[in-house]
Design a protein. Structure first.
Ligand code: ADP
Length: 259
C-alpha cells in the first residue's frame, strides 16, 4: 500500500483531524516488476548470441585457423546473427501490437484454405521429422472475417510448436469446428506435453519450459505471446490443454460474423 495523509483544520483553524489515503499499488507493483523482468530477459537473450559471435570472431582474427574450421566458425556466427534477427523481428512485432500500430486487413477467408496454406508451408518440417498430420474440417463451416496474414501466422506458430515439441514419427491433428457464433481451430499433438505448473505462464514473453531445447530448435520464446495478442485483437481467445508426457491441444477460438 502507498499511504498519503493530510491534516484538516476546523473553523477555529485548529487541526480537526487527519485524512489518510491507502492506495492499493499491487497492480502497479506487478506491472513494474513485469517490465523489469522483460528488460532483463531481452538483455539476456541478446547477450548470449553476442558473446558467441564475439568469441568466434576473435578466434578467427587471432589464430591460424584452417579453411574448414574457418567455415565452421563463420557458420556459427551466421546462425547467431539469424537468431538475433529473429528476436528483434518478434520484439518489433510485439511492440507494434502493444501500441496498436498493426494494420489489419480484414477479409472473408475460408478456414480450410487457411489451414491448408499453412500446412503447405510446413510440409518440409513434417517430412523432416517423419511426422504425419490429419485434418478434419466440419462440413459447411462458415468463412471468417480476419486479417489473413495474421491468422495464418498464428496457425503457423502453433502447428510449428506441435512439430517442434513432438518426437519423430509423432502425430498431429488439426481440426476445425463451429460452435454457435465461433469457429474453433484445434491443433493437437502427442508430443512432450507441458507440465501443469508451466501451463499458466506459457503465453508470457520469453517463458519456456526448457530454454536450452527451445533455443536449439531456433525458438525465441515469443511465438505464443504474439499468437495470443493477434487472436485477442480479433476478439478471440487461445486455450491450451496439455498433459505432461502425453501431448498438447491448442484451441484458437474466433468469432465469426457475416459480411
Ligand atoms: P518457442 O520459440 O520457445 O517455441 P513459444 O512462445 O512458441 O516459444 O512457446 C513457448 C514454450 O511453450 C516453448 O518453449 C515450449 O516449452 C512450450 N510449448 C509450446 N507449444 C508446445 C507444444 N505443442 N508441446 C509442448 N510444449 C510446447
Amino acid at each position: 500500500y502507498k499511504v498519503k495523509y493530510a491534516p484538516f483544520k476546523n473553523e477555529k483553524n485548529n487541526i480537526g483531524g487527519l485524512i489518510i489515503v491507502f492506495q492499493d499499488i499491487t497492480d502497479e507493483h506487478k506491472l513494474d516488476n513485469m517490465r523489469k523482468e522483460f528488460v532483463a530477459n531481452v538483455s539476456h537473450e541478446l547477450k548470449t548470441p553476442i558473446t558467441t559471435i564475439k568469441s568466434y570472431a576473435e578466434t578467427l582474427m587471432e589464430s591460424d585457423v584452417d579453411e574448414k574450421l574457418t567455415h565452421k566458425f563463420l557458420s556459427v556466427i551466421d546462425n547467431e546473427c539469424d537468431r538475433m534477427a529473429r528476436i528483434v523481428r518478434d520484439l518489433l512485432q510485439l511492440s507494434n501490437l502493444d501500441y496498436n500500430k498493426t494494420k489489419w486487413q480484414k477479409t472473408e477467408v475460408s478456414v480450410e484454405r487457411l489451414i491448408k496454406d499453412v500446412l503447405l508451408k510446413l510440409d518440409f518440417a513434417f517430412k523432416e521429422k517423419g511426422q504425419k498430420y490429419s485434418i478434419n474440417i466440419e462440413e459447411n463451416l462458415p468463412n471468417i472475417v480476419v486479417d489473413k496474414d495474421g491468422i495464418e501466422q498464428v496457425i503457423l506458430n502453433i502447428v510449428s510448436n506441435a512439430i517442434k515439441y513432438t518426437q519423430n514419427q509423432g502425430e498431429i491433428n488439426i481440426k476445425s469446428i463451429r460452435d454457435e457464433y465461433k469457429v474453433i481451430i484445434k491443433v493437437k499433438d502427442n508430443g512432450s506435453g507441458i507440465p501443469e505448473e508451466d501451463q499458466q505462464r506459457i503465453f508470457e514473453r520469453f517463458y519456456r519450459v526448457d530454454k536450452g531445447r527451445s533455443r536449439e530448435l531456433g525458438g525465441t520464446g515469443l511465438g505464443l505471446s504474439i499468437a495470443k495478442q493477434i487472436i485477442e485483437a480479433h476478439n478471440g481467445e487461445i486455450v491450451l490443454k496439455s498433459k505432461f508426457g502425453e501431448g498438447t491441444e491448442v484451441s484458437i477460438i474466433l468469432p465469426y460474423t457475416r459480411v
